[in-house]
Structures are given as C-alpha cells and as structure tokens.
Design a protein around this ligand. Structure first.
Ligand SMILES: [Zn+2]
Length: 304
C-alpha cells in the first residue's frame, strides 16, 4: 500500500503574478488525509477552492480555477510539482489571484516542497489507473491516455519557427525524472505575441527572467536550459493540468500540439469516462478491462 502524503511544515515564498505584475505571497500548509489540494485567497476570506476539474475557469494562456467567485490563476506549474513529489493533501494560500510565476518553471516549487519536507500520512493513496484508451482531438490537436503500469508522457509539438519546428519526447514521470528533466523547463512565448498580450493588460509581470521569448530566428534569453526545453515545458503543463482529476494517474498520456484548453477538457473527460479506469491502491494492482468491451476491442484482444 502506498500512503498519502502532505508536507512536514508550513513554508512561504514571494514572487510576482505573470499577468498582473503584482507581488504575491504564497504559503503551503500541511493538510490531513483525503483533504486534497485546495487554494485559499487570504485577501478574500476563508473560502477554499479545491484543485479539481469541477472548478475549472478561465483557461486561456494558463489554467485557472474558481468557486463561489473566488478565483486563482496559473495553477499548473505548482500542481505539476506537487504531483511529481507525491503531495496528495495541501492548503495553498495566496494573497492575490495568481500563483507567482517564479522563473517560469516548476523547479522553484519542487525546491520549496523539499524545503518543507514530505510527511507520510496513515491513509492509503488511491491511483486512477487507465484500463482502456480515452482520447479526444480538436483539429490537428490530439490527446489520449492508454493503459500502462506507470505514469508516462509522450508529447510532440510543431511550430513554424526555426528553433522549434518539431520536438517530441517520451518520459516516465517519477519524482527524480521530473526534477531533473522537466521541472526546470520554462514557459515560452513569441515576441510578436508579447505586445498583443500587453495591450490586453496581460503578461505585465512577464520578462526574460520568467519566460523564454522567441524572436524571429532565435531566443532573446541568453541560453536555453535544454535544447528541447519547449516540449519539456509542455510535458510540465500537461502533468499539472492532469492533476485536476484529483488522483495520481497511472497510464501513458500521449499529446500532440495540445495546450491548457485541451489538457483540461481532457481531464474532465477522464472523470466522465468512468468505464475507462479503476481506482486502485497500487499502480501495479492487476485490473481487468471492464466487461462489455466493444466488439472491435474484443477482436483486438483475441488476436493478441
Ligand atoms: Zn506552463
């Protein structure tokens, strides 16, 4: 049995909101078993917003949540860090609408969680294990989950830009692989879009300190952290957005040219497709596919 985890002690940091440019205080506090991940806006009272698909709101450039008119924005990098370290239960307090952008990656949050320490609770963790494929596509954007004994992500992107073109990566997500290969990958944007964002009152806190900015032929920043930092950041975003299903997912996520809108639509679809998964207490627990498989699937199984 794997147990649920929280953090050992309260910890805080200060950063700026990407869109508002305002200073934000972020505090992480331990929480009991089965509490889940919940946000609280200390500037708006005691109402809590659970980090679940039911509270999705305002998905454009980042993933936002809202409940009872209390909103929090840009939650995905922090959620990705929590999933990777295996934090199931946490109170997250903010004094502003946005999770601070830090350096545009999840590395500062992984560091913060490690500084707070991880505490094992006495209650079993439940995993959402995929037993039959789930997929959606919108035009040339696609996302799917397939059965696997691990949480694995394959992501591919293609852009009409000399530095990006086509990038693809597959990685089994563990605490170690996430910390070393994914967490430091920063968010990216195109210089031509920055002006448009600013005119719309967005990205006011954005700078070369918290995003990779792509000009016509290269990056404006001094250097990339990885040659394929862009696709690595997309994996980071997908891991964070998938956290909104409320359980660690055991399956192989495959995405092509997706983004927050498709990731979060997919997270909601997973919960709807309850025939496609089982809640289990171990990633390796054998689970049979549900009865009543369509004939096509049955034929495939017989042939294999
Ligand atoms: Zn991101």
């Amino acid at each position: 049995m794997d147990a649920q985890h929280t953090i050992r002690r309260q910890i805080s940091c200060v950063g700026i909101g990407l869109h508002s440019g305002n200073k934000v205080n972020l505090t992480l506090k331990p929480a009991p078993a089965d509490f889940g991940i919940r946000f609280r806006r200390t500037d708006l009272g005691s109402h809590e917003v659970p980090a679940t698909v039911q509270n999705l709101a305002g998905i454009q450039l980042a993933t936002g949540l809202a409940n009872n008119e209390v909103s929090v924005e840009t939650v995905e990098h922090l959620l990705a860090a929590l999933v990777s370290v295996g934090i199931d239960n946490l109170r997250i307090e903010l004094n502003s609408p946005e999770v601070p952008i830090m350096d545009g990656s999840a590395a500062p949050f992984v560091y913060l969680i490690h500084e707070a320490g991880v505490k094992r609770l006495q209650t079993p963790r439940k995993y959402l294990k995929i037993v039959r494929p789930i997929a959606i596509s919108r035009g040339d954007k696609r996302i799917a989950l397939f059965p696997s004994d691990h949480f694995k992500v394959t992501y591919s992107i293609s852009y009409d830009h000399p530095l990006l073109r086509h990038q693809s990566r597959t990685l089994r997500i563990t605490e170690e692989s996430f910390a070393e290969e994914i967490a430091p990958a920063r968010t990216f944007t195109f210089l031509k879009d920055v002006e448009m964002l600013r005119q719309n009152g967005l990205a006011l806190g954005g700078s070369l300190d918290n995003a990779i900015v792509l000009g016509e032929t290269g990056v404006l920043n001094n250097a990339l952290r990885y040659e394929d930092e862009f696709v690595r950041h997309k994996i980071l975003d997908a891991v964070g957005d998938l956290a909104l299903v409320g359980y660690p997912v055991i399956g192989h996520l495959v995405a092509h040219r997706a983004g927050h809108a498709l990731h979060t639509e997919f997270a909601a679809k997973i919960l709807e497709e309850s025939q496609a998964w089982r809640l289990v207490e171990s990633p390796f627990e054998p689970v049979s596919a549900p009865v009543g498989l369509p004939v096509k699937d049955m034929a495939h199984r017989l042939a294999n």
